[in-house]
Design a protein around this ligand. Structure first.
Ligand SMILES: C=C(O[C@@H]1C=C(C(=O)O)C=C[C@H]1O)C(=O)O
Length: 251
């Protein structure tokens, strides 16, 4: 990116409307990645841990090393699942001024995301049936789901930054008082959340339908499951990230 384009990029991260547009677009990525994962059964061998890490752990760790070299984690929008001892990027970091507050930038709740994905989400999304041996493609689709969910949830940092900049007078007292509930109330927009839950259900219907037999009522991933995933997990975690970020905003 030239400096001009980087300026436009920074502006888009400092505007609530454009951040919300990005969250809407990220829904497509999340739903398609879940649809991909639904092609495979659980394939539980990937998740077995002996003394060494599980095959999925290995797959993610090595993939992140390659992506770190290409500069993925230089971006404050990206958080690694296994951030320790990642290699340095080969390209110089972007020149624009950081958008996030430095201490908030280090928030990483991927361990939570990883555990919930493994324990709760995979069993709900995976195809029924016995192990099919497609371990590499299953692991690749797990990584795609995890990265899409992680990006969405950690986007809360940018949302929180913009909300703070838009009304520091409202947020500052709650931050100084470490008032988590107060912060949660300030940053919550019920109507936005309701619209999201409806929209992701609709998207799951459209993206996951059988186009040759639309009346069948068969969807690749259950639409109500996607709406539930957002309502009970993705949105609450995004808000958790926002609160964590705000609590550090005046450090
Ligand atoms: C992300 C935002 O903050 C909150 C969290 C939301 C979410 O995770 O989708 C939606 C609305 C807000 O309650 C926002 O205001 O857009």
């Amino acid at each position: 990116m030239g400096e001009m384009e980087q300026g436009a990029y920074v502006d888009s991260l400092l505007n609530l409307e454009s951040l919300r547009k990005s969250l809407v677009r990220q829904e497509d990525t999340i739903i398609f990645s879940l649809i991909e994962r639904s092609k495979y059964p659980i394939n539980s061998r990937l998740y077995h841990e002996s003394n060494a890490a599980s095959p999925l752990h290995f797959f993610i760790n090595e993939s992140e090393a390659v992506q770190a070299k290409a500069g993925r984690y230089v971006s404050p929008e990206e958080n690694a699942f296994f951030p320790d001892s990642l290699p340095h990027p080969m390209l110089p970091p972007p020149k624009h001024k950081p958008v996030l507050h430095p201490s908030g930038a280090s928030i990483n709740i991927n361990e939570k995301i990883f555990n919930h994905y493994l324990k709760t989400l995979i069993p709900l999304v995976a195809a029924k049936g016995a192990d099919d041996g497609n371990y590499a493609t299953t692991a690749a689709s797990d990584l795609a789901c995890l990265q899409a969910l992680s990006r969405r949830i950690h986007f809360g940092k940018f949302v929180a930054e913009v909300k703070f900049r838009d009304s520091p007078q409202d947020y500052t007292p709650a931050i100084l008082a470490k008032d988590r509930e107060g912060l949660m109330a300030l940053l919550t927009f019920e109507s936005v959340e309701e619209a999201i839950k409806k929209r992701v259900e609709k998207k799951a219907m459209v993206f996951g339908q059988d186009v040759e037999n639309q009346e069948s009522g068969n969807f690749k991933v259950k639409p109500s499951l996607v709406s539930q995933l957002y309502g009970e997990w993705v949105i609450p975690l995004t808000k958790f990230v926002q609160v964590e970020y705000l609590l550090r905003r005046l450090d």
